[in-house]
Design a protein around this ligand. Sequence first.
Ligand code: NDP
Ligand code: GDR
Length: 373
Amino acid sequence: MTKKALITGITGQDGSYLAEFLLEKGYEVHGIKRRASQFNTQRIDHIYEDPHVRHPRLRLHYGDLTDSSNLTRIIAEIEPDEIYNLGAQSHVAVSFESPEYTADVDAMGALRLLEAIRFLGLAEKTRYYQASTSELYGLVQQIPQTETTPFHPRSPYAVAKLYAYWISVNYREAYGMYACNGILFNHESPRRGETFVTRKITRGLANIAQGLESCLYMGNIDSLRDWGHAKDYVRMQWMMLQRDEPDDYVIATGVQYSVREFITWSARELGVAVEFSGEGVEEVATVTEVTGDLAPAIKPGDVIMRIDPRYFRPAEVETLLGDPAKAKTKLGWVPEITAQEMCAEMVAEDLKSARRYALLRNSGLDLPVTLED
Ligand code: NDP
Ligand code: GDR
């Protein structure tokens, strides 16, 4: 029997990699996409099959995590073996701007799915994965963080995700549902949203290298994160649902770096060496050397990064470092891609786009560069 999976957030970074992974495993994959005024399926267009041409194994349904009747109808129609709840307003800084919406999607959305599974009598059939997060630890009380480290969320996003975490545990305990929390630390890729810090850096520096932008404006570059690759992490999301018993797992690399280090690596990938000077909001990154031909628009002495306090958060999560020992021991999972390898891949992809863009612009096409961050 072909297994059926339903993915919320299929148009996002993780959703796209997970859909690819499950299709390769032979699943019939269903995804919920939001209605938008422009196409929003760029990350999955390469795996989409035209339903007019053949019987597709990937199917998309319009829906929203704020809409119970819609979610219940989709689940009733599909009767999925597995639901991966990856949909979320996932930007921490934005959650301070839209706290109520973030709670509705990220907290209540999880409840709506769990309640639909229960109400439809699928509690014994459907396994549920909740995209939990290292942001739950917030103001960290133990280094490194494990499955038993106390939570102290520091943003409306993290507080909403705390509810989703506990409601998943509660439905497991109360109704015997197979519900798991993956407590995932930051994971990135060339498909990462452009306003998260790693992608903002790789895309911004690639644009500067090609003369499309002049400077990167950053927030707290002292911040420390445990960065892995999204491809490694979606594999783990599936593995978690294949066990005999449901459980919660920390997924991390066990190594942390600062945002400043990520800037240095990204610049180095472009053949650019930088030196940081100044303190606090006065800190800048100045180019000391340029080698090779990847960054024709950058020269020694250029200031390519400045601090803009606009990107400081009302409450910051200064440091995150996960201990993935349980996932390694119980599931045999180990991350295969290092943060530096991932950074190189991201810079290479963003450089390709920047070069294409610069080429078109230099041939007279007046193309706008989206600078939103
Ligand atoms: P993205 O922001 O890339 O993707 C989020 C997805 O959720 C998109 O498909 C988005 O749709 C969808 N979405 C947003 N709002 C709604 C809504 N109201 N109804 C239905 N769908 C909605 O996130 P990631 O792929 O990076 O992360 C996946 C999940 O994992 C998220 O829940 C995130 O909070 C969590 N997480 C992520 C980590 C990371 O480092 N990436 C770490 C830990 C947890 P659209 O494309 O239309 O915007
Ligand atoms: P995070 O990721 O908040 O950890 O949440 P993000 O990449 O946004 O920030 C990481 C750290 O970098 C600092 N920072 C900046 N961040 C952004 N976005 N833009 C900047 O200009 C900037 N300058 C410094 C931040 O302050 C922060 O400390 C991500 C999301 O994917 C969540 O959904 C997920 O749950 C967690 O990772 C784990």
